[in-house]
Design a protein around this ligand. Structure first.
Ligand code: HPA
Length: 246
């Protein structure tokens, strides 16, 4: 695939081998400003800010994915195929649907189940299991242990909907009860597409999320708490990027 691409105006040299991907472009800028040394804006198409700088001497990029599978599908496709990116580490937020997972915990998606039709494009004659990169997961678990973070590793649900028709859920949980019974830890909206693209293009991906909503107990982080919880995950993500470079 040639560059520039329809959604990223940059060159392969502009990106590190690992790209951290929050959903929100402003969060991407916050990470660049607060955690990277010498950050340079490398993409700003549609305001989807991408920055590259260094962390502990390692070249690391951060660029937003937008919300939902179609959006992360586009950005991961272009990063993997036109810009030579090897590792995409999604750093998101998620709604926990198990009672024993708490606000601010980090969930690491070993697998990403989905209610989406996005993966049908691959014409698979069965059920493909979108899974993360073991190497990235191993590095992230090590980094979480070092940071003393509370984390869980397991299956998550990448959903196409944030608001379900039954009573403006997530609150009612009705739409996700069956997933809850299968031990799904939390819901978010991007990982399955990211993992499918990584599989298809022989690249690496991992999603780690801070729990911002506890949907069983109806608990929600305040804007301020979202920030603090997020900073711990950021450290885990950046240390993961450093480990992947070695
Ligand atoms: N649903 C989907 N995505 C989310 C949620 C949720 O409840 N919370 C944070 N991201």
């Amino acid at each position: 695939m040639n560059y520039p691409t329809p959604h990223i105006k940059a060159t392969p040299e502009d990106f590190g081998q690992t790209v951290l991907m929050p959903g929100d472009p402003l969060r991407s800028k916050y990470i660049a400003d607060h955690f990277l040394e010498n950050p340079v804006l490398v993409n700003n198409v549609r305001g989807v800010q991408g920055y590259t700088g260094t962390y502990k001497g390692v070249k690391v990029s951060v660029m937003a994915s937008g919300m939902g599978m179609p959006s992360i599908g586009i950005y991961s496709h272009e990063l993997y195929n036109a810009y030579g990116v090897q590792n995409i580490l999604r750093i998101g937020s998620a709604g926990a649907i198990q009672p024993d997972i708490n606000l601010k915990d980090i969930v690491m998606a070993m697998g990403a189940s989905s209610d989406s039709a996005w993966g049908r494009q691959f014409h698979l004659a069965g059920t493909f299991s979108p899974i993360c990169s073991y190497e990235m997961l191993h590095a992230a678990v090590q980094s979480a242990e070092e940071a003393g973070a509370v984390y869980r590793v397991g299956n998550i649900l990448s959903s196409d909907a944030f608001y379900y028709d039954d009573e403006g859920i997530p609150e009612s949980l009705d739409s996700v009860k069956t997933w809850q019974k299968m031990g799904i830890m939390a819901i978010e909206m991007e990982s399955a597409a990211l993992y499918l693209n990584a599989a298809r293009f022989h690249k690496n991906a991992l999603c780690i999320c801070t729990v911002s909503d506890q949907l069983v107990r109806h608990e929600y982080l305040t804007a301020e708490e979202r920030q603090t919880g997020f900073e711990e995950m950021m450290k885990v993500a950046l240390e993961t990027a450093v480990k992947l470079e070695k």
